[in-house]
Design a protein around this ligand. Structure first.
Ligand SMILES: Nc1ncnc2c1ncn2[C@@H]1O[C@H](COP(=O)(O)OP(=O)(O)OP(=O)(O)O)[C@@H](O)[C@H]1O
Ligand SMILES: [Mg+2]
Length: 243
């Protein structure tokens, strides 16, 4: 479902991603952990072209690009392969919860209003927020906002869902409800990449775990092996700092 080859990104004179290679099979859940500034967000952003890499290639779902030359058409097909859930929700403040979920379906995918609404209500039901459909984002808690953002991401039936620290902005008591929803998404076998600092959660939901540091993949292994038998000093230090 995802094949990243020799991906490199430089901002100014800082190389933020060095020759990244990563392959993810359909239905797999891969968690990326690593210190601040290690390039985790930049890597996710290269998968939906919020950031354009300097070198390398990406296959995602039914689309492929070879950096840095990208036609408008390639950008569009690439963007349609994935949906992203951000730390700060990125909901449309001026739209109701329901309209946040139907927006892309109606404007980008040309669904009828009625079909889009029906799909939105099903998804809101799945995330436990069917009764909030007519409210606005400012009337919700952070955990509720993030659950709406997840419903919105799922609405377009993406081939891949990307989570960038989905619980980092939440008060501790709201983290669990969001992790619970992410867990149910992952169980549906949607290919997922999750950037998170919630290591216990990573251990629970991931098929594989990647540690990034300084723009490189330091360690990449199946979840049990990663946590129980880390191979690299850097991974051991990182895990020790969190335990
Ligand atoms: N648009 C940009 N312009 C210049 N430098 C950038 C830009 N985006 C990211 N960087 C730099 O690239 C490096 C990697 O940033 P990135 O956001 O990918 O890290 P991260 O691993 O997601 O960190 P965090 O855990 O803090 O979210 C950092 O040094 C950052 O300052
Ligand atoms: Mg980040």
């Amino acid at each position: 479902m995802i094949k990243i080859e020799r991906l490199t990104k430089t901002f100014g004179d800082t190389t933020v991603l060095h020759n990244i290679d990563l392959t993810i099979a359909t239905g797999e859940t891969v968690t990326i952990i690593g210190p601040s500034g290690s390039g985790k967000s930049t890597l996710l952003n290269c998968l939906n072209l919020l950031v354009t890499p300097d070198e390398g290639s990406v296959t995602i779902g039914e689309a492929f690009y070879q950096a840095p030359k990208l036609s408008k058409k390639t950008r569009l097909t690439i963007r349609r392969q994935s949906a992203m859930v951000f730390q700060n929700y990125n909901l449309f403040a001026n739209l109701t919860v329901e309209a946040n979920v139907t927006e892309a379906l109606v404007t980008v995918y040309r669904w009828s209003k009625a079909t889009a609404t029906q799909r939105a209500l099903e998804l809101l039901n799945d995330v436990g927020l069917r009764d909030k459909a007519k409210l606005y984002p400012h009337q919700l808690s952070g955990g509720q906002k993030q659950r709406i953002a997840i419903a919105r991401a799922l609405a377009i039936k993406p081939n891949v869902i990307l989570f960038d620290e989905p619980t980092s902005a939440l008060d501790p008591e709201l983290v669990t409800e969001v992790l619970h929803v992410i867990q149910s998404v992952v169980k549906q076998k949607i290919t997922a990449i999750i950037v998170t600092h919630e290591l216990a959660f990573a251990r629970d939901v991931s098929d594989r775990v990647v540690l990034m540091a300084d723009g490189q993949i330091v360690e990449h292994n199946t979840t049990a092996a990663f946590f129980d038998h880390p191979q690299h000093e850097r991974t051991k230090q990182f895990l020790a700092a969190f335990s």
